[in-house]
Design a protein around this ligand. Structure first.
Ligand SMILES: NC(=O)c1ccc[n+]([C@@H]2O[C@H](COP(=O)([O-])OP(=O)(O)OC[C@H]3O[C@@H](n4cnc5c(N)ncnc54)[C@H](O)[C@@H]3O)[C@@H](O)[C@H]2O)c1
Length: 334
């Protein structure tokens, strides 16, 4: 048994905290939003994010920034906050732990860092020198995992022993966790699938049919693979759980907030209204913008990502983005 601190009591953080507690670990769940923390502590529920979910009584809930005791001597820190908050959260927690041995840091957040387009693993490595970073990714709607439905994830780290600890902490007969050493490939897959899901939601919203959806997913996967390789990952990883697996889930599952953003765009809804209505982070919105800059800087051809960014951030009409994608020069499939 080990001490685990989970940062972020939203959908994914609360479910991961529950799994670790059921596996016998001593778990603290730290949520910055006081009202949500109070509901988690008193009602043992997360009605907004995961209806019907029950937080085990053994999980201790910490509210606001009052997490010092929780993180002081834990062996594992799980970060499940929106990707834009990962760097600041890690820096603060690392400072609070100054002097203690760096723990295993499990990153469940999916996105890219806004300034440089760094992966979440790079962000954590910079913010918390010495931390043994493990990316936990793959197709995982928190609501389904909370119900104990079968699923498979990947724990990626250059530290094989740390990946094995994470596999044992969260894995079981219903939640199969594979390991990988391709941290970059897993990070890029988890971040970029959200952008492609916005495109697919829009395509479905326009009623373009099953063929178009399959084509968009496949061409989306191709550009995700190109970016991953250019950043030092392996294209084959993108054919795995953190790439194709999560891409298919996010593009086709109506629980996906990113797909919902695309469907709303097709209805002509303003982005700000959609984000407010969803009430949760839709990571693909920020990631589209960051990935477009990154693609331009690295010279990677990412037409779908660039069109999604143009629609979300430059006010390009979605139908014009579709026309431009369909009018591109055509050549060999790669
Ligand atoms: N929801 C899912 O099914 C799911 C599955 C896999 C991965 N993810 C990824 O996990 C991340 C979180 O997603 P989510 O769905 O749980 O989002 P969410 O919006 O439901 O929850 C995030 C929570 O983090 C809290 N928070 C922000 N900064 C904090 C800090 N410094 N300390 C403590 N709490 C803090 C917020 O108040 C919020 O409650 C995202 O990157 C998402 O892509 C989500």
């Amino acid at each position: 048994m080990s001490r685990v601190a989970v940062l972020g009591g939203g959908a994914w953080g609360s479910v991961l905290a529950a799994i670790a507690a059921r596996h016998g670990h001593d778990v603290a769940l730290c949520e910055i939003d006081h009202a949500l923390a109070l509901a988690l502590e008193r009602e043992r529920a997360n009605k907004r994010s995961v209806p019907g979910f029950q937080l085990p009584a053994e999980v201790a809930v910490f509210s606001g920034n009052d997490r010092r005791a929780a993180v002081a001597d834990c062996e594992m820190v799980v970060v499940a906050v929106p990707s834009g908050d990962v760097a600041s959260t890690m820096r603060t927690v690392a400072a609070e732990r100054a002097g203690a041995a760096p723990p295993i840091v499990v990153c469940a957040s999916k996105g890219l860092e806004p300034e440089r387009g760094s992966t979440m693993a790079e962000v954590i490595g910079r913010s918390w020198p010495g931390a043994r970073v493990v990316m936990l990714s793959g197709p995982s709607f928190a609501a389904e995992i909370a119900r104990g439905l079968p699923a498979a994830l990947v724990a990626a780290s250059t530290d094989a022993a740390a990946a094995a600890v994470v596999q044992a902490c969260f894995g079981g007969d219903r939640l199969r966790i594979y390991t990988s050493s391709d941290v970059t490939g897993v990070c890029v897959g988890g971040a970029l699938k959200n952008v492609i899901a916005i495109a697919v939601g829009c395509c479905d919203g326009f009623g373009f049919g099953d063929n178009a959806r399959a084509a968009l997913i496949t061409r989306g996967l191709a550009e995700m693979g190109r970016l991953a390789e250019r950043m030092g990952g392996q294209a084959l990883t993108l054919a795995g759980l953190a790439g194709l697996g999560d891409l298919v889930l996010t593009c086709t599952g109506d629980l996906s907030r990113n797909r919902q953003v695309g469907l709303a765009l097709a209805r002509g809804e303003a982005l700000a209204d959609t984000i407010e209505r969803l009430g949760h982070v839709a990571e693909g919105v920020m990631t589209a913008h960051i990935a477009r800059d990154l693609a331009e800087r690295l010279g990677v051809d990412m037409p779908i990502t660039c069109e999604v960014a143009a629609v979300l951030h430059d006010g390009k009409p979605p139908r014009a983005a579709v026309s431009d994608l369909l009018a591109r020069d055509i050549g060999a499939e790669r």
